[in-house]
Design a protein around this ligand. Structure first.
Ligand code: SAM
Length: 224
């Protein structure tokens, strides 16, 4: 999968793209991530990417021209373009699954009061939110989308980190609780059934514990 990121703070991506699964997927060539500085697509001496808001009010708005130019510099080919915005469609695992099947994603990180609306209109972008709260910039949302999506790209995670049984999987439940050694820690014991070696009993316990956790933390998922 190819992913192009448009941002005015490219260095925010340096470490996250080097570490862990993202870093490994990039090294292995399963993932091709290219981070572009929108400022490189300005034409004025001050490399200006923002301007005042029409209609007045505090805060600046990201100008459309450098973003259009950055997008057009990526070349031809079918791309799915997402603009990060708290006013967008909220990201969930269903959208993540859909995006993981795309061969080429373009993710735009906003700053200031946001991006000139003509980027959405003119480039046919979809607005995506990572949750009902407002951050100062779209760089962390881009990384959230990137990490969630690439986990599902074949070959990015191995069997040992399998996502098939994660929360929001086929059964729509949250994941069951997990335990590792020691069997007893500060007076807290791992449930006996998990030490029993009885695979059917372990499966039954996990299913019940997943339902219980979902009821406690996300009853809305059970209603669905
Ligand atoms: N005026 C905007 C609003 O109220 O909807 C908020 C702009 S925010 C300060 C600046 C940038 O951060 C946005 O353009 C977007 O790219 C990013 N951002 C902030 N919160 C976000 C969220 N929950 N999901 C996705 N992007 C977000």
């Amino acid at each position: 999968m190819r992913v192009d990121v448009l941002t005015i703070f490219p260095s925010i991506f340096d470490s996250p793209l080097r570490e862990s699964l993202l870093g490994k997927a990039i090294d292995a060539g399963t993932l091709d991530v290219r981070v572009h500085d929108v400022r490189d697509h300005t034409t004025d001496r001050h490399r200006q990417v923002d301007d005042e808001s029409y209609g007045g009010g505090p805060g600046m708005v990201m100008k459309p021209e450098p973003i259009f130019r950055a997008f057009e510099s990526l070349g031809d080919g079918p791309k799915r373009l997402l603009v990060m915005s708290p006013a967008g469609r909220r990201l969930d695992q269903e959208l993540v699954r859909e995006l993981s099947k795309e061969p080429w994603l373009v993710l735009i990180a906003g700053r200031y009061e946001g991006i000139d609306e003509r980027v959405v209109e003119g480039l046919g972008a979809e607005e995506v939110s990572i949750g009902d709260y407002v951050l100062s910039g779209g760089e962390l949302p881009v990384l959230v989308v990137l990490e969630a999506v690439t986990r599902l790209v074949p070959g990015v995670i191995g069997r040992e980190e399998s996502h098939e049984r994660d929360s929001f999987g086929a059964d729509g439940l949250l994941d069951h609780p997990h335990y590792t050694r020691p069997a007893e820690f500060r007076g807290m014991r791992v449930p006996d059934v998990l030490l029993s070696g009885d695979h059917a009993a372990v499966e039954r316990w996990r299913r019940e514990a997943a339902v219980e956790k979902t009821r406690r933390n996300r009853p809305d998922l059970l209603e669905r």
